[in-house]
Ligand binder design. Sequence first.
Ligand SMILES: [Zn+2]
Length: 62
Amino acid sequence: MPEDTVRLMCPNLTCRKILAVPKSARGKTVRCRSCGTNIRVPSAPAIAKAAFEDKKSDKPAA
Ligand SMILES: [Zn+2]
């Protein structure tokens, strides 16, 4: 599976289909092809933000 896709689960409890959307869709809304629910694609995964914060605090002062 290429890393240039974002996988989302449809929030519709009667659908819950896994959708693969391109990273270029971040911050936009996509429509589930199965049930038609509009799903907002998160602009960045929380885990990446946590890694960034950790890297910042680990930076040497001198
Ligand atoms: Zn759906």
